[in-house]
Ligand binder design. Structure first.
Ligand SMILES: [Zn+2]
Length: 346
């Protein structure tokens, strides 16, 4: 358990605060995530893009207390009990390890899952030239990996299901043993972090199955698109960029929300899981203001939605091959918008 995590969660619960208030709604998911973390488990959040997974993890780290860590150590080693090769070597040589203060938001590292990510990227590697010069056990031969930069903090692993099976196995060892082993070398050191990983819910190109043994190391929590249009509007008003000198009337905001939500219910795209995320709602909200400004108007209109919808939504929507919209996302967007504006959809 990383320092201060349990205390931070318990304190905010005791005080009746929502420490994840940055995420609007999703009460059930937030409670499950906090319960898992309090129990000392890693969390895998399953949900579509744009529902606030990154924001949630960052916010959680920022709530953590400051800690003392060795100056210039990428692993935030505790000066009293260093773990990385560099600090251990310095300590063994009798050098005093100078401590600096690391704030909560610095106790965060983000990893992007991709098929190109290697075990060396994640855990670190040995530089052959330096190893030849000083020996493979020497800290000077060591190239730090990204995962260990999250030592004593939150490791956010986005799209974990896009990494190779080989990498999953490397990660499994760290999660199981709390120890990272560097390739073929007999160099390992403890890694203490809490992992918040994400995966997209449906199969897409380039997605690996997560192995059962790896899944077993996580509590899986589902997050979804905002539960209601009201919630989504609340997110829009909270996080959307508000430009000076442009008013966005309620009916325009409502139509934006309804349009994006309509794409999620659209049968031709629903199965593809390419429907528009909250980012599309935000993007459209910002663009109707921008176009009003460019046209020197003080108010955004429904017509601005018509002008900007394609550029905010077009690339996100992939109609299925059987659909009459297969080659014409634009017609799909226009038809959806018309039905929203005519009030056929809510
Ligand atoms: Zn260190």
């Amino acid at each position: 358990m990383i320092e201060g995590l349990r205390e931070t969660i318990l304190k905010s619960a005791t005080e009746g605060q929502d420490m994840l208030s940055v995420i609007v709604g999703q009460e059930d998911a937030k409670k499950k995530i906090l319960a898992s973390l309090l129990a000392g488990h890693h969390v895998l959040i399953e949900g579509p893009p744009g529902v606030g997974k990154t924001t949630l993890a960052k916010h959680l780290a920022a709530a953590l207390p400051a800690i003392s860590a060795v100056k210039d150590c990428p692993y935030h080693c505790n000066p009293e009990a260093p773990v990385c090769p560099q600090c251990k070597a310095k300590k063994a040589a009798g050098t005093k390890l100078e401590g600096i203060t690391i704030r909560g938001e610095q106790r965060f590292v983000r990893l992007q899952g991709s098929p190109d990510l290697t075990a060396e990227d994640l855990l670190g590697d040995i530089d052959p030239t330096q190893a030849f010069k000083f020996g493979p056990q020497d800290y000077r031969a060591f190239i730090p990996g990204k995962l260990l930069k999250g030592n004593r903090g939150v490791v956010f692993f986005d799209e974990l299901n896009r990494v190779t099976e080989k990498l999953q196995n490397a990660l499994l060892q760290v999660l199981e043993e709390g120890l990272a082993t560097i390739g073929p070398y007999d160099v390992d050191y403890p890694a203490d972090f809490v992992m918040i990983a994400t995966m997209n819910p449906r199969e897409r190109a380039g997605v690996e199955e997560l192995s059962d043994v790896l899944l077993d190391r996580f509590d899986v929590v589902k997050m979804s698109y905002p539960e209601t249009a009201e919630r989504e509007k609340e997110i829009l008003l909270k996080h959307g960029l508000k430009m000076d000198n442009v008013n966005v009337p309620d009916n325009v905001t409502d139509s934006i929300v309804s349009l994006v939500r309509a794409t999620r219910e659209e049968p031709w795209i629903k199965e593809m899981d390419q429907s528009a995320s909250v980012r599309a709602t935000l993007s459209l909200y910002e663009k109707v203001q921008a176009v009003a400004l460019l046209e020197k108007r003080a108010e955004a209109t429904v017509d601005d939605i018509r002008k900007m919808a394609a550029s905010s939504l077009g690339s996100r929507l992939k109609p299925s091959p059987e659909s009459k919209y297969y080659d014409s996302q634009l017609n799909l967007i226009e038809d959806l918008l018309e039905s929203v504006l005519e009030g056929k959809r809510r």
